[in-house]
Design a protein around this ligand. Structure first.
Ligand SMILES: [Zn+2]
Length: 159
């Protein structure tokens, strides 16, 4: 009889495997955020894309600037410091504060994307997002749980 050799995987492997919860269907309490790796994998330039979310004044100001130097962003509430690209810093400190940053006319995907740009990509649940946008959390959940990934917004992989 042939002896089948079983190679046991080490319990702790240095090889990165997707976390199990990635396979779990997201719920209203699953946190989402922008997956910057997705942008890299998709070979899309987030900086260029971010430019389209600036206010008219800064769109012009950053027109010829390659504004990707990282600067500190200090959360006014938690004093937490995160490194963000220069263009994102302007977006957070100015453009996102403008009354027309997110309006009822902003598409759901863009509105959610703009929230994450403005909050330094702090993970939020569909419930949180629905509350902030005054839109239906279930619709938000459905949109961002679909196999198609919109603007890199997916369930986040860290706790
Ligand atoms: Zn601005």
């Amino acid at each position: 009889m042939e002896v089948r050799r079983v190679i046991l995987e080490p319990v702790v492997s240095s090889v990165q495997t997707p976390p199990a919860k990635f396979l779990v269907r997201p719920t209203l309490d699953t946190k989402f955020q922008i997956d910057y790796d997705w942008w890299e994998r998709a070979n899309r330039d987030l900086e260029v894309y971010m430019h389209s979310h600036l206010c008219p004044e800064h769109k012009e100001a950053f027109a010829d600037v390659r504004a990707d130097a990282l600067v500190d962003n200090v959360d006014p509430k938690t004093a937490e410091v995160t490194k963000v690209p220069g263009i994102q810093n302007v977006l957070i400190t100015h453009c996102a504060q403008q009354p027309d940053y997110i309006t009822r006319q902003t598409s759901l995907v863009n509105a959610v994307f703009r929230i994450f740009l403005a909050n330094g990509n702090t993970p939020l649940t569909a419930r949180d997002l629905g509350e902030r946008l005054g839109r239906e959390p279930k619709k938000i959940l459905r949109t961002f749980s679909s196999p198609r990934v919109y603007k890199g917004i997916r369930p986040c992989t860290e706790d």
